[in-house]
Write a protein that binds this ligand. Structure first.
Ligand code: SAH
Ligand code: DHB
Ligand code: MG
Length: 219
């Protein structure tokens, strides 16, 4: 185990303690053959903290997988709050629905199956009430478009969080032709340039290696 993993384990043990529900979600994901690309326990706890910090009643997630991050977001909701989460793969969505049920949050989460861009466009078209926290964690090449749509679905004070913006440092490679890297770079550039946003990015190390979150708040 690397020192990063040791520290992650120490921090998670100290700050989070045991959580049988979340461990079961990861077991179910593994049994269903889902890729192990969920946020880490401490990163999930960050999502809960951010949802609480903005007293989120409406949360939008792009990229559900088995719902591990979704459970953390749902747990951070203010009373009466809801999470809308977008997932392309019906198999992933089915695993997520079961996990959300078992975690006791299925009644506050809408899993929308299909390309996230279609779901976001539908939310814009139907004049959906603003979201207070948006978590972008699907295909990274989609993030510039997801950001553009998200900006029509927020209000001042809303947070927009993007996962996986560092990817072992590859984000700094201006010559990369990896669509995940070019997507992350265009996403970060858009965050930095947009006068409606105050934005930052935080590099992370730990159980999930070296990566990072972009975090922006709507002015
Ligand atoms: N947020 C999850 C991990 C998401 S992994 C967690 O931390 O627990 C990324 C997910 O995005 C995968 O399930 C993948 O199927 C989904 N995805 C990929 N492209 C997508 C698209 N165009 N629209 C919606 N979901 C997509
Ligand atoms: C990948 C996607 C993620 O959302 C993540 O957190 C880690 C890896 C991937 O597609 O490889
Ligand atoms: Mg991710």
């Amino acid at each position: 185990m690397s020192a990063w993993e040791d520290v992650d384990e120490y921090l998670a043990g100290t700050l989070l303690g045991e959580d049988e529900v979340l461990e079961q979600v990861l077991d179910e994901n593994q049994a269903a053959g889902l890729p192990e690309i969920d946020v880490s326990p401490l990163q999930g706890a960050l999502l809960t903290v951010l949802a609480r910090a903005v007293a989120a009643r409406r949360v939008l997630e792009v990229g559900t997988l088995g719902g591990y991050s979704t459970v953390h977001l749902a747990r951070g909701l203010a009373p009466g709050g809801r999470v809308v989460t977008c997932e392309l793969d019906p198999r992933h969505a089915e695993v997520a629905r079961r996990n959300l049920e078992r975690a006791g949050v299925a009644d506050v989460v809408d899993v929308r199956v299909g390309p996230a861009l279609d779901t976001l466009d539908a939310l814009v078209a139907e004049g959906a009430a603003p979201f207070h926290l948006v978590f972008l964690d699907a295909d990274k090449q989609g993030n510039p478009d997801y950001l553009e749509r998200a900006l029509r679905l927020v209000r001042p004070g809303s947070l927009i969080v993007g996962d996986n913006v560092v990817r072992d440092g590859r984000v700094a490679d201006a010559g990369s032709d990896d669509p995940a890297v070019t997507g992350a770079r265009r996403f970060l550039q858009a965050l930095g340039e947009d006068p409606r946003l105050d934005a930052t990015a935080v590099q992370t190390v730990g159980a999930k290696g070296w990566d990072g979150f972009a975090i922006a708040v709507v002015r």
